[in-house]
Design a protein. Structure first.
Lengths: 95, 254
């Protein structure tokens, strides 16, 4: 199932997520994280996208997973944060 | 004696060349081939640049751009879509290890924006840094900025609006909801300003560039000496122009 969310991160930028997910078990097939935020290094966002494949769309679980990836790869966001990113993904499910 | 940095005035070029030059300087500086550099440039034809993470088709009306002869290009820096027409664009490239450059990214935005604020002051304009990446005059945006760090080197580029045509901008950018387009345009007109609007007269590109040069010199305690792109930078520019910025795969990546 293809879905999209537009979410203004509190005190941050406008996050637009394109999500393809499995409706049967709410798992992520494919995700594109877009928007006018900053991330250092930029490649970090592609790593997060790849690592989220197969994850279940649940805010707490997503936050845990993203935190792990961010720590492992030393990714820094500006205008975006881990909770905002997880929220944007969860919003895809509700639409 | 202040440290000497290089000043480049590369004139008006198309979007692909402009972005290729910034990336070429970044690479050359990271290899120690060129000194820290401040560059001033403009855009011909007018162009839209989008942030590294933005979706091209989501942000840009590609058909309208073609119709009006406006180029579009994806930047290597994050941030939002910008319509480049009547503006002075700058870039600064310097090692992350330079003592004048804060390790903290937000602090380094604030330092580079400090140079622009000092430059605007030379034009008689009082402005403030508005985190994350804007400069405002009386609360209205006059400058947007974007930074990347690669190979232990900082590249920040940004715009100073000489004039602004919000209506034209919105014929080229896509809006989420056509029904509220008029309201959106009205809002943006309220939130954006330009040197022309503030001073009530046109300021030439060269006059603004001279003021900004002083601003950078004061902020970083440096002396800017005009130079040229090296042979290697020109070669890299050609390469990045062809392989990256005018490449459809790059621009449509997201």
């Amino acid at each position: 199932m293809q879905s999209k969310s537009v979410y203004k991160v509190p005190d941050g930028k406008l996050l637009k997520i394109f999500l393809d997910y499995n409706e049967k078990n709410d798992s992520i097939n494919n995700i594109r994280i877009t928007g006018d935020f900053f991330a250092y290094p930029e490649k970090g966002v592609e790593i997060i996208e790849k690592e989220l494949e197969g994850e279940i769309i649940d805010k707490k679980r997503l936050m845990k997973k993203i935190t792990e990836v961010v720590k492992k790869h030393g990714i820094e966001f500006i205008g975006l944060n881990i909770e905002g990113l997880a929220e944007g993904i969860v919003l895809c499910k509700h639409e | 004696m202040n440290e000497e940095w290089r000043l480049l005035k590369t004139g008006f070029n198309n979007a692909f060349n402009n972005m290729a030059v910034d990336k070429a300087i970044l690479h050359a500086n990271s290899k120690g081939l060129v000194p820290p550099t401040v560059r001033f440039y403009g855009w011909k034809p007018a162009a839209i640049s989008i942030g590294y993470f933005q979706s091209l088709m989501e942000e840009v009306d590609v058909e309208a751009c073609k119709k009006f002869g406006v180029d579009y290009v994806r930047r290597i820096t994050g941030g939002g879509a910008v319509f480049h027409e009547h503006e002075l664009t700058y870039s600064i490239v310097v090692s992350e290890k330079h003592p004048e450059i804060p390790k903290n990214i937000m602090e380094s935005y604030s330092r580079v924006c400090g140079a622009l604020i000092k430059g605007l002051k030379h034009l008689g304009i009082k402005s403030d840094y508005a985190p994350i990446n804007d400069i405002v005059v009386n609360g209205k945006k006059i400058s947007g900025n974007a930074q990347t760090r690669k190979m232990q080197t900082v590249l920040q580029h940004g715009t100073i609006l000489l004039d602004v045509d919000v209506d034209k901008m919105f014929t080229l950018l896509r809006v989420p909801n056509e029904k509220i387009k008029d309201k959106l345009i009205a809002d943006v007109k309220e939130r954006v300003t330009s040197i022309k609007h503030i001073l009530g007269e046109n300021m030439s590109f060269d006059v603004v560039a001279e003021a900004m040069k002083k601003g950078f010199e004061e902020e970083f305690s440096i002396e800017l000496t005009e130079g040229e792109l090296t042979v290697e930078e020109k070669r890299l520019t050609e390469e990045f122009n062809k392989k990256v910025f005018s490449n459809k795969e790059w621009n449509h990546m997201r």
